[in-house]
Write a protein that binds this ligand. Structure first.
Ligand code: R5P
Length: 296
């Protein structure tokens, strides 16, 4: 089995696959033509069964095109694609027509992968697993929050889902740490993007609370949740979020007094981060998932 990784794969993850998992990994040559179009070329020895790895962030659109070019090249040399690993699967948040006239972006982007024989996707904390399974993919969705919290060695008193969509994550983590969970009701205005939460009583006085979520984008969701927790008397708030998309949110998160943000290396993150942000290597979690059904 050969593992081919593309430019979106964080270096630390690729190194983890090689060193911790012993995978035979290679990266195709890629470049940009003067007019901005992308070019990909496989090395000579791409044969047999291939697993392809691409994280679709940052510059999602470029990463998607690079993936499609690589898939076509793999088909072209007659190798067979066993599965696709997407540590971060972009365009899965617009998984329905929230407003009239909108596309189902997940369908627009992912349906075409079928043309290249992709039937299995291994991903990490995808926003909507249904958005992919409804297209006929078999999806293995790795939830890393318990692992990330354990690696960071945190002791927590309660797990909070910042909206109902994150509740299943919170329940799983709470069960694994044997602590209670709660949630708050969050609403985002689909036109302005403004976030509101319904005030409710939270029983968190003096507690260390872990907020678990899939994505930090603007940081608005975490900031509102942290504010609600501190207003209710929480001692400390830790955020455990799989994909840290926008470093621009750092200022907002810092001012909302989040004491620690634990995230995974599913996407390339700048190396100069404040000390309260911890990035956990999750290559072993992905290897474990693959080894359940593929022999190297
Ligand atoms: C929303 O449903 C997601 O699970 C995240 O809570 C959301 O994408 C986070 O976005 P932001 O950081 O912009 O609030």
């Amino acid at each position: 089995m050969m593992f081919l990784y593309l430019s979106g794969t964080p270096q630390s993850l690729a190194e983890g696959f090689k060193e911790k998992c012993g995978w035979n990994i290679a990266r195709p040559i890629s470049k940009i033509f003067p007019d901005g179009e992308q070019y990909v070329r496989l090395s000579e020895n791409i044969v047999g069964d291939i697993v392809i790895i691409q994280s679709l962030y940052p510059e999602q659109d470029k990463k998607i095109i690079e993936l499609y070019l690589a898939l076509e090249a793999i088909n072209g040399v007659g190798a067979s694609i066993k599965c696709l690993i997407l540590p971060y699967a972009a365009y899965t948040r617009q998984d329905k027509r929230f407003l009239n006239g909108e596309p189902i972006s997940t369908r627009a982007i992912y349906q075409g992968l079928k043309l290249f024989g992709i039937n299995i996707i291994i991903t990490v904390d995808v926003h909507s697993i249904h958005s992919l399974t409804s297209l006929g993919f078999k999806v293995y969705n790795i939830l890393p929050h318990t692992y990330m919290l354990s690696i960071a060695g945190e002791k927590i008193d309660l797990v909070l889902a910042p909206d109902k969509g994150a509740l299943s994550r919170a329940i799983e983590v709470a069960k694994n740490f044997n602590v209670p969970y709660d949630y708050i009701d969050k609403f985002r205005d689909r036109v302005t993007g403004e976030i509101r939460i319904n005030q409710k009583e939270l029983n968190v006085a003096g507690a260390t609370v872990a907020i678990v979520d899939d994505i930090v984008s603007t940081g608005g969701t975490l900031a509102k949740a942290a504010q609600a927790l501190y207003n209710a008397g929480a001692k400390s708030v830790i955020a455990v979020v799989t994909h840290f998309l926008l470093p621009k949110s750092i200022e907002l998160l810092s001012s909302s007094k989040i004491s620690k943000l634990i995230t995974a290396n599913t996407i390339s993150i700048p190396t100069t981060l404040p000390t309260w942000i911890h990035v956990v290597d999750i290559s072993s979690l992905i290897c474990n998932e693959i080894s359940k059904w593929v022999s190297n």
